[in-house]
Design a protein around this ligand. Structure first.
Ligand SMILES: [Zn+2]
Length: 52
């Protein structure tokens, strides 16, 4: 496993989904730290409806 340099941005170990706590399929693009599954649900509230 390689640790991406981006991790240095937030080196707090916040690499888990804030909703379900998984570390798989995390989306860091928006600094949301939410996995893909939860993101699709949250996206509806946040307004990322375009994202699929
Ligand atoms: Zn999740």
């Amino acid at each position: 496993m390689k640790l991406p340099e981006e991790q240095r941005k937030k080196g707090r170990g916040l690499r888990k989904c804030r909703v379900c706590g998984t570390s798989r399929g995390l989306i860091r693009s928006y600094d949301l730290f939410i996995c893909r599954r939860c993101f699709r649900e949250v996206a509806r509230d946040v307004g990322f409806e375009k994202y699929q």
